[in-house]
Design a protein around this ligand. Structure first.
Ligand SMILES: Cc1cc2nc3c(=O)[nH]c(=O)nc-3n(C[C@H](O)[C@H](O)[C@H](O)COP(=O)(O)OP(=O)(O)OC[C@H]3O[C@@H](n4cnc5c(N)ncnc54)[C@H](O)[C@@H]3O)c2cc1C
Length: 470
């Protein structure tokens, strides 16, 4: 496209939402200018150089699933899809016995986990029957029926389906807190229901677990070339200070190094950051910006541990019934040490702890679930606290999540025509995840282009459909 015909779109924020929007805009022939305050891309899903060891570490292990169709599309566009390792089985600790393994068998969805689920020993037969009963209910409620649960917490659903306390502690809680970053007592029911409906019940492929085989930050390297191909650019180390508004439209972005003039702006920063970029007249003109400060956050803690001995042979382990929910095996590092990574979602209780105390608690959970680790201690560690890891998926949060596109009426509409919103906190129907972020970026780009849209979901199996899921 001739350069003078191209439209410049300023994309504020170079996390997954901003990258996704920019890649789609560039593919359509427009010129995205990504403004990212940090020196690297990836936002909350990235890597850093550990000053103690010089090693490149991810801020936290990031897991994707087979149902993350938009994220996988972005990885394909970036040419990095082959950097994702897939695991079909999920391993659950069952000490002192060997861990249980949940994996799809030969049956089609929604029955694909039945065989391995029946063989798992960390739950009694009565607990498994109760879980099956609740899964049946989730199927029958269907994807749309869950909206009736908005405003309620998931614990109410677990009580209504008479889930035994041990099934909640060992099965429902670890899945829900890992996916939604809030405990079952606080999380919005529809948000938790979505995880089981989309991830467990709809398709055999949906529950496969993907992990990056390279540091997260490397996945974004190709973005620069893709965006530059249409004359766009990524400007890292540049902070947006405000969105310039002339009373009718956005004219560009004021940055700490001058003005970036643009035909349109995609904001791809978290709500608290966007709140700081918006002037009173702009807020008054766009009702998507009115309640940004009402969105609350929930923390996640990631802990890197390095051992001289081999502690874990499995690729990962759910630490059943413990505060540390997951332990990931990151392999052997260049110094020959085993690198494990512990993840604690919904980590409010942990945020005030010093690193030594954190490691002590994580090690107690590891000892309880992996008997061979007893007596061993890490020779090096690094805890990464993310206080504002994700928005808090509390009941009612959906009302605060704005659409990408300015509308004309109502809370979700009414807005400035050339301002588009993206970020995992926007109205994607997904929890705060990499998939949600990419969906939001694609939605913002599509709204600007007037074409495109999200990548379709995985097809729901015929049986799940007949049973009422969709
Ligand atoms: C510890 C942790 C673990 C997680 N685990 C998982 C997981 O296992 N699976 C999963 O799917 N998701 C996980 N997530 C969630 C996932 O990381 C996020 O949902 C996703 O990365 C959000 O992307 P985003 O682009 O919406 O926002 P962000 O990644 O926050 O991107 C916003 C960007 O804007 C930049 N910015 C802010 N202000 C300005 C400004 N004024 N000017 C210029 N730039 C600015 C920021 O530096 C940042 O790069 C996890 C998150 C955390 C923190």
């Amino acid at each position: 496209m001739a350069r003078e015909l191209q439209r410049v779109v300023a994309v504020v924020g170079g996390g997954l939402a901003g990258i996704a929007a920019a890649v789609r805009l560039a593919a359509a022939g427009d010129r995205p200018v990504v403004i990212e305050t940090r020196r690297k891309l990836g936002g909350r899903a990235t890597s850093f150089v550990d000053p103690r060891s010089g090693a490149v570490l991810d801020n936290c292990q990031h897991v994707l699933m087979g149902c993350c169709t938009n994220l996988l599309d972005l990885y394909a566009r970036l040419g990095v899809a082959d950097k994702i390792e897939w695991h079909r089985a999920i391993h659950w600790a069952n000490p002192p016995a060997e861990p249980d393994r949940m994996r799809p068998g030969l049956l089609p969805a929604p029955g694909h986990y039945t065989g391995s689920f029946l063989r798992m020993r960390f739950l009694s037969m009565a607990e498994k029957a109760a879980i099956a009963r609740a899964m049946w209910r989730l199927l029958r409620i269907g994807l749309h029926g869950r909206t009736a649960w908005r405003g309620r917490v998931f614990m109410e659903f677990l009580e209504e389906t008479r889930q035994p306390p041990r099934a909640i502690e060992r099965f429902w809680s670890p899945v829900v807190v890992s996916a939604c970053n809030l405990p079952v007592e606080r999380v919005a029911a529809d948000c938790a229901m979505q995880v089981f409906q989309e991830g467990f019940l709809g398709s055999r492929r949906a529950g496969a677990m993907g992990l990056a085989a390279v540091p997260l930050v490397e996945l974004y390297d190709p973005a620069e070339r893709l965006i530059a191909e249409t004359g766009g650019e990524i400007r890292t180390g540049l902070s947006a200070k405000s969105l310039a508004y002339d009373g009718a439209r956005i004219t560009g972005v004021v940055t700490d190094e001058g003005f970036v003039s643009a035909s349109a702006v995609v904001s791809a920063v978290p709500p608290d950051r966007l709140d700081k970029l918006v002037s009173a007249p702009l807020r008054g003109a766009d009702n998507r910006l009115e309640r940004l400060s009402a969105i609350e956050f929930s923390p996640i803690l990631g802990v890197h541990l390095f051992f001289e001995q081999r502690v874990l042979d499995l690729p990962h382990l759910v630490l059943t019934g413990r505060d540390t929910q997951w332990m990931f095996n990151k392999g052997i590092d260049p110094e020959g040490r085993q690198h494990l990574h512990a993840v604690i979602s919904g980590a409010d209780d942990w945020m005030a702890l010093a690193e030594d105390a954190i490691v002590e608690r994580v090690m107690a959970d590891l000892h309880a679930c992996v008997p061979r680790s007893i007596g061993l201690a890490p020779v090096a560690f690094r805890a990464v606290k993310e206080k504002r890891a994700t928005f808090a998926a509390l009941p009612g949060v959906e009302r605060l999540r704005p659409s990408a596109e300015p509308g004309t009426l109502g809370l979700r509409g009414g807005g400035v025509r050339n301002l588009f919103l993206a970020g995992d906190w926007c109205d994607t129907g997904w929890p705060a995840t990499m998939e949600g972020a990419v969906r939001s970026g694609y939605a913002a780009a599509s709204a600007f282009l007037g074409a495109g849209g999200p990548v379709p979901d995985l097809p729901v199996s015929r049986f799940s459909r007949l049973l009422g899921l969709r």
